[in-house]
Design a protein around this ligand. Sequence first.
Ligand code: VGL
Ligand code: ZN
Length: 208
Amino acid sequence: MIDPKSDVLVIVDMQHDFLPRGALAVADGDAIIPGIRALAERFDHLVLTQDWHPPGHLSFASSHAGRAAFSVIDLDYGPQVLWPDHCVQGTQGAEIHPAMRLDAAELIIRKGYRVGIDSYSAFLEADRRTPTGLAGYLRERGLSRVYLCGLALDFCVGWSALDARAFGFDAIVVEDLSRAIDADGSLQKALADMDRAGVTRVTSGAIS
Ligand code: VGL
Ligand code: ZN
């Protein structure tokens, strides 16, 4: 049962670059738009996340001579998948799809805006030390249960859900309203990590 006081829906990275024809398109990403819209209508509190990279971002394959997209390099903070250029600040590809209740969103949290650190998680950047401020925001507002959906299930949705748990929130991933990139077993790993961390997985039809 959705509790209008304590529950927040976090819609992750529903941006044109992650949708079909986008720079880092997630298969079938557009299929979840109507369902997310319908679910968003049922929450009093709505937060959107926006992947928001400067040109030349460290996570772009184009920033590393001779490296192909979807290969992995070792950085100071750990392994980093290299992506096609995506969600560059101010570009159309970085815009959030207009069906995501932009008008009703209480917070749009941008992430990945430091040129040298990626951030899949909406809570903590990839160096695992730099907070985005979202945990404090939710805490201060008494929002203790976080529903998550969007793109991509095995990266930004999954990492955000794991960090929600790590910061002491209840975390519920709406699986049918998320889609995965599934690079090199990443989906299976994300699901296992979430189960281990106590992230609940539901389908939208089961949310009363
Ligand atoms: C994402 C890869 C790179 C995501 C963002 O939103 O899942 N994935 N940047
Ligand atoms: Zn990104």
